[in-house]
Design a protein. Structure first.
Length: 205
């Protein structure tokens, strides 16, 4: 279990989040949107008061977690083990973005909310959970220093790709953008490997 996997989860919260999403473009991430979504789907609007006691930022963080789980569930049906790790990461990022396509405006509003300085901890947690979910779905089982470095690197790649995707209405340019980010990471890793090798050689001399 991930050290970040402490977010409260329940079927009721998941159902409420799915009901809420269509209302966000009109009402934002707000209790009003949650009540409207619950009422529209035949759920009890009064439950809005206790489902997300942390308010809008709690809704956004819970939705990011739900999106991570949706990605992992669909990824389980893909033939990822047949691919190399970079190809798996690419497929998973594009899968997550494709799943978010119907909710672009909700996502924009969510990112705007998380960008507020006082919501920085929630933003960091959500990003870390997504990076962790992608690596886990890709089959990463490392538990050494690379566990953290890989996730930090992926967080940057994912955040940059997400920002580009939001400016790419048809999504057609996003795969190429992601490829460039992943190629940049690969080049950087090769440079670090060469430097590490040289340092080890000097030390052994």
């Amino acid at each position: 279990m991930s050290p970040l996997d402490h977010l409260e989860r329940s079927a009721e919260r998941d159902a409420a989040l799915r009901a809420l999403l269509p209302e966000v473009p009109r009402l934002g991430w707000s209790p009003a949107a949650l009540r409207a979504g619950l009422a529209a789907t035949g759920q009890n609007p009064d439950s809005a008061a206790w489902l997300f006691p942390r308010g809008p930022v709690g809704m956004v963080e819970a939705w990011a977690d739900l999106a991570d789980r949706d990605m992992a569930a669909e990824a389980a049906g893909l033939d990822l083990p047949a691919q190399r790790i970079p190809a798996r990461i690419r497929a998973l990022i594009l899968l997550r973005l494709r799943q978010q396509e119907p909710h672009r405006e909700a996502l924009r509003r969510a990112l705007a909310l998380l960008a507020l300085p006082w919501n920085a901890p929630a933003a960091a947690r959500a990003t870390a959970r997504t990076a962790d979910a992608i690596w886990m779905a890709a089959g990463d089982t490392s538990n050494d220093l690379s566990f953290h470095t890989r996730r930090v690197t992926l967080s940057g790649v994912y955040a940059a790709t997400l920002a580009f995707w939001l400016r790419d209405p048809e999504g057609q340019a996003t795969p190429a953008f992601l490829d460039r980010r992943l190629e940049g990471v690969a080049r950087m890793n090769k440079v670090f490997a060469r430097l590490k090798g040289r340092a080890a050689a000097r030390k052994a001399a």
